[in-house]
Design a protein around this ligand. Structure first.
Ligand code: NDP
Length: 293
């Protein structure tokens, strides 16, 4: 392997330490503790695990966390009433509605209900709109793309003037990532399932962000030498040599890509740890906004 390994665990630990320190100072100076409320609707095991790990991280960093769980058949009104209650709660600075919501619920309407100043996931349409517009800044940047930017900065990757190719255009990763990179003066191409010749685009990229959800789809021979690769994908593939019967891989074939790339994130241990760290940072920011009022 010739590429520099971009160590998400290390960068996430640094972000968490900074948040913990700022939280401690906020308590000392202002007698104020940031608070995060999580809203889980239904019993999807993966969502429940994500919510638990977010709550545990709050505890570790000194952030007050309150979990709300509604049944899988909760009505739109019940969910929105809970969000409205949390909007009005002065002890809660951030509201995280765990997605995806059950299919009968209107996700957009729920996200619209969240107070802009408590939108720590950064998914409120106004925050996304500000991210897209020139000269405007969102209050919060979605956590996974924000984590990718932090990794690029830590690895010393030059974004200004770079050719960046994002593979994937989801609302939570691909699209905000593209907006962040263009705001940082990259020339951005967004590829997706209808892109005719993915390799042609990838071959000119100085920065590749893969957010597809397809195990090891991007191979080393599709990349330009020296490229910085941020692999957001988390995919389970069967692995009989492991007790649990599977391993986690990214959307990029790590071994072949690491031979060509200048820098690359591993999976696991790359983007994954950054997402929760950036959520903690956003919650701290929400508390700072509340304190400033
Ligand atoms: P989505 O399924 O919402 O989006 C996938 C995107 O990939 C779509 O835009 C889709 O295109 C595109 N795509 C699918 N097939 C191809 C193809 N053959 N060529 C090019 N593009 C293709 O996924 P998410 O954005 O939510 O997640 C992407 C990955 O990132 C997943 O593995 C997920 O687990 C992981 N993830 C990791 C996080 C972390 O913290 N590390 C956080 C969030 C997600 P189209 O729009 O045309 O359908």
């Amino acid at each position: 392997m010739s590429a520099q390994l971009i160590d998400g665990k290390k960068v996430a630990a640094r972000v968490r330490d900074e948040v913990a320190e700022a939280v401690a100072q906020m308590k000392e100076k202002h007698n104020y503790t940031p608070g995060l409320a999580t809203v889980l609707v239904g019993e999807d095991p993966a969502s429940a695990t994500y919510v638990r790990s977010k709550q545990r991280m709050c505890e570790r960093l000194g952030i007050h966390s309150v979990g709300h769980t509604l049944s899988a058949d909760a009505t739109q009104e019940e969910v929105e009433t809970l969000v409205a209650k949390l909007n009005a709660d002065p002890n809660i600075n951030g509201i995280l509605v765990q997605l995806p919501l059950p299919k009968h619920l209107d996700e957009e309407a729920v996200l619209n209900t969240i107070d802009l100043e408590k939108d720590v996931d950064g998914f409120h349409p106004v925050n996304i709109g500000r991210l897209a517009m020139k000269g405007r800044d969102p209050l919060f940047i979605p956590c996974t793309p924000a984590g990718c930017m932090e990794l690029l900065a830590d690895a010393g990757v030059e974004i200004n003037g770079a050719e960046a190719v994002i593979v994937g255009r989801s609302n939570i990763v691909g699209l905000p990532m593209a907006m962040l990179l263009q705001k940082a003066n990259a020339t951005v191409t967004i590829c997706h399932s209808r892109t005719k010749d993915l390799t042609e685009h990838l071959k000119r990229a100085d920065i590749v962000v893969a957010a597809i959800g397809w195990a090891e789809m991007i191979k080393g021979d599709m990349l330009k030498p020296g490229v910085a690769v941020i692999d957001v994908g988390i995919n389970r593939v069967d692995d009989d040599t492991r007790e649990r019967g599977y391993k986690l891989v990214g959307d990029v074939e790590f071994d072949s890509a690491a031979e060509v790339a200048g820098a690359i994130t591993p999976v696991p241990g790359g983007v994954g740890p950054m997402t929760i760290a950036m959520l903690m940072k956003n919650t701290l920011r929400a508390a700072e906004i509340a304190l400033a009022k």
